[in-house]
Design a protein around this ligand. Structure first.
Ligand SMILES: Cc1cc2nc3c(=O)[nH]c(=O)nc-3n(C[C@H](O)[C@H](O)[C@H](O)COP(=O)(O)OP(=O)(O)OC[C@H]3O[C@@H](n4cnc5c(N)ncnc54)[C@H](O)[C@@H]3O)c2cc1C
Ligand SMILES: *[C@@H]1O[C@H](CO)[C@@H](O)[C@H](O)[C@H]1NC(C)=O
Ligand SMILES: *[C@@H]1O[C@H](CO)[C@@H](O)[C@H](O)[C@H]1NC(C)=O
Ligand SMILES: *[C@@H]1O[C@H](CO)[C@@H](O)[C@H](O)[C@H]1NC(C)=O
Length: 586
């Protein structure tokens, strides 16, 4: 496929101008928060509106998709259930990563939920989606992944670059992250690949969406690319239902509008303008997209009927294939102060486990909340026979507790995440409220290969903690057993715990599993959508987000989710343009 056509077009010229303007006005990308005239509160929306594209969810994929589609001559509407990321310091400042996850208010940008597996988790509710609340690590999918999915490699590369021009930065590597990186190299996670966005075996510094000042840039920043005359974004606009109709003479139901509610609970309607090329695109994320399909009548028939939902298409695969990569962690209290870092370095091992580290604040947010309370256990020497802390270290350990209260934790974490995973589960409606998280089951470690990867990953984590390079950031008299026992005493999930004495790494993986928030599936390609992301069995509806994945791309997914929004947007424009041209010919 060749996209040179758009360069010749008016919109291409416009885009180049936007590029030029962006470069000119934000020389190091760290420009002030953009002021979008087209982003409004849904309370200001008319009761009935008509657009060419209706995008449900202004998230990590939704924003780049909308910005791209606004250059096709068509009008674009984005409906996002959350607010703006530009006004909340919990979001814009790297030091507040834990705060946003600790915000449990009904309007929190990170809506908490617990999966049926008993693992704490979070779901974005804000313009920018997950990219507005996440740990910011930015890294591309492997060439192997891109080939396997069947994407056009050249277009993928261009789409990544388009994203990176606005939101990706090289992190300033400081002492803790350097020691962690050197530890990975020392234990043989080689070669040293330096700084790169590419997915390569060995140890690398990846990108981040935090700039040098520690300010977050999100997928919402990609709306800078949008044609402001063609796009409207409504905030606090929660979509309740996609509407379908039967066109006489066609067999398939066609999506033609949506019902959404504003912050006052007032109902509005948005319809597609009459044109067979117009579409509704669901970008509500791996939980929101299958949930909204079900609420709109596309899903397992028996399940929908239990909830009194009229079945449009009996599609038993909606909500299937839900997967969440298990994360297992060691928390390592540090005798030295540490910098605030979220993920910057990753070890990509040959056995398909990724090793990442973070320091200075609680990446593992339930720890921040509860560590202070439980720390007494940690200090109880009799609980940890081999772990004897001399009084002077004890005083420093108490400082660590105080630091937790201060949100800057004098400790680091080293985590391992397995690829895939092979284990999958499913999603079921809890009720008819789209803002409530449905029941989600991920079945962590159901497949033995996942457990094997975790054990190997934990072995590597332990080797890094024990490495010479890392030694200054751990207490010498705190052996690995004490760190393991510490994890077992912390309420990091809501699962049964086994005896702390001499626990196997296998049991450790199972008992202390957490989410790294890379959950995906529910509307997978080939099962719920086709290769162009069109929903099977209906017309004028696509799903474009993490729910379409079988496995997480790269070590962390957000780069590829943003890329996907851009990529599919370009393909849709191409389709629209080609059909327009062929109409002219006829
Ligand atoms: C705490 C956390 C840390 C993470 N750390 C990293 C990291 O460091 N690096 C990385 O690469 N990835 C990370 N991730 C994962 C990454 O952010 C997600 O995989 C990605 O953002 C998912 O994108 P998405 O477009 O599929 O969904 P989302 O970005 O979640 O977008 C879905 C959007 O749809 C909206 N929505 C849902 N339902 C409705 C509805 N009914 N009506 C209107 N709007 C609706 C939501 O509010 C949301 O804005 C992290 C995720 C979290 C939560
Ligand atoms: C930031 O997070 C804290 C919870 O840690 C919450 O109390 C506060 O209201 C949040 N601030 C904003 C502006 O949302
Ligand atoms: C410390 O250990 C002793 C002996 O095992 C136990 O009785 C006590 O409850 C522990 N204290 C705390 C705070 O857990
Ligand atoms: C928080 O940190 C500041 C400065 O580092 C320190 O002065 C203060 O005592 C700390 N507060 C707590 C509760 O530890």
């Amino acid at each position: 496929m060749d996209f040179r056509w758009w360069r010749r077009s008016f919109f291409g010229a416009f885009l180049s101008w936007v590029f030029f303007f962006l470069r000119f006005s934000c020389s190091d990308k760290a420009c002030a928060a953009p002021e979008y005239t087209f982003v409004k509160e849904a309370t200001s929306a008319p009761p009935v509106i008509f657009y060419d594209y209706i995008i449900i969810g202004g998230g990590t994929a939704g924003c780049p998709l909308a910005a791209t589609l606004s250059h096709g001559g068509a009008t674009v509407l984005v409906l996002e259930r959350g607010g703006s990321p530009y006004t909340n310091p919990n979001i814009t400042n790297i030091g507040n990563f834990a705060s946003v996850l600790l915000d449990r208010s009904p309007t929190s940008p990170a809506q908490p939920f617990t999966s049926e597996d008993g693992v704490y988790n979070a779901r974005a509710r804000i313009l920018g989606g997950g990219s507005a609340v996440n740990a910011g690590f930015y890294t591309r999918a492997s060439t192997h992944y891109i080939k396997k999915v069947g994407w056009n490699q050249k277009m993928v590369k261009q789409a990544y670059e388009w994203v990176e021009q606005v939101v990706a930065f090289q992190p300033p590597l400081m002492e803790w992250e350097s020691a962690f990186r050197d530890g990975l190299l020392e234990v043989g996670v080689l070669p040293n690949n330096g700084f790169t966005y590419d997915h390569l075996y060995g140890t690398k510094i990846g990108g981040t969406i935090f700039d040098k000042e520690g300010h977050r840039h999100t997928a919402a920043d990609l709306l800078q690319y949008a044609n402001p005359r063609k796009i409207t974004v409504y905030l606090h606009a929660i979509v309740h239902k996609i509407l379908f109709r039967h066109i006489p003479g066609t067999a398939r139901p066609q999506a033609y509008g949506v019902i959404y509610k504003d912050a006052y609970g007032v109902r509005h309607l948005a319809y597609l303008k009459r044109n067979s090329k117009n579409e509704i695109i669901l970008t509500a994320g791996a939980i929101g997209s299958p949930q909204l399909l079900m609420l709109s009548g596309i899903g397992p028939g028996y399940h929908l009927r239990t909830h009194g939902i009229q079945v449009v298409v009996n599609q038993p695969l909606v909500g299937q294939g839900m997967a969440d990569n298990p994360m297992n962690v060691l928390l390592i209290p540090s005798p030295l102060p540490v910098e605030v870092s979220l993920v910057q370095v990753v070890g990509i091992t040959k056995f398909n486990t990724f090793i990442e580290g973070a320091s200075g604040l609680s990446f593992v947010y339930p720890l921040a909340r509860r560590l202070a309370k439980r720390f007494r256990l940690f200090l109880n020497q009799s609980d940890y026979e081999p772990f004897k802390v001399p009084p002077e270290d004890m005083a420093r350990a108490v400082d660590t507790v105080n630091a937790v209260v201060n949100r800057t934790l004098r400790a680091g974490i080293i985590l391992e995440k397995i690829t895939g995973p092979a284990s999958t589960g499913h999603l079921e409606l809890r009720n008819l409220n789209p803002d409530d998280t449905p029941f989600v089951t991920f079945n962590y470690f159901k497949e033995p290969e996942d457990l094997r990867k975790c054990i190997e990953g934990m072995r590597t984590v332990i080797s890094v903690v024990n490495s010479k390079a890392f030694s200054k950031f751990r207490y010498k008299n705190m052996p690995i057993e004490a760190l393991i026992n510490l994890m077992l005493t912390l309420p990091i999930n809501n699962r049964p715990r086994h005896a702390t004495a001499a626990i196997s790494l296998e049991q450790f993986c199972i008992d202390t599993v957490m989410s790294i928030w890379h959950y995906h599936g529910g509307c997978q390609v080939g099962r719920v959508v086709d290769k162009e992301y069109r929903v099977l069995g209906v017309d004028s509806l696509r799903v474009v987000d993490g729910s379409t994945f079988y496995r997480t791309p790269g070590t962390n997914p957000q780069a590829t989710v943003m890329m996907l929004g851009r990529y599919v947007g370009k393909r849709i424009l191409q389709e629209r343009y080609l059909s327009r041209r062929s109409k002219h010919k006829n």
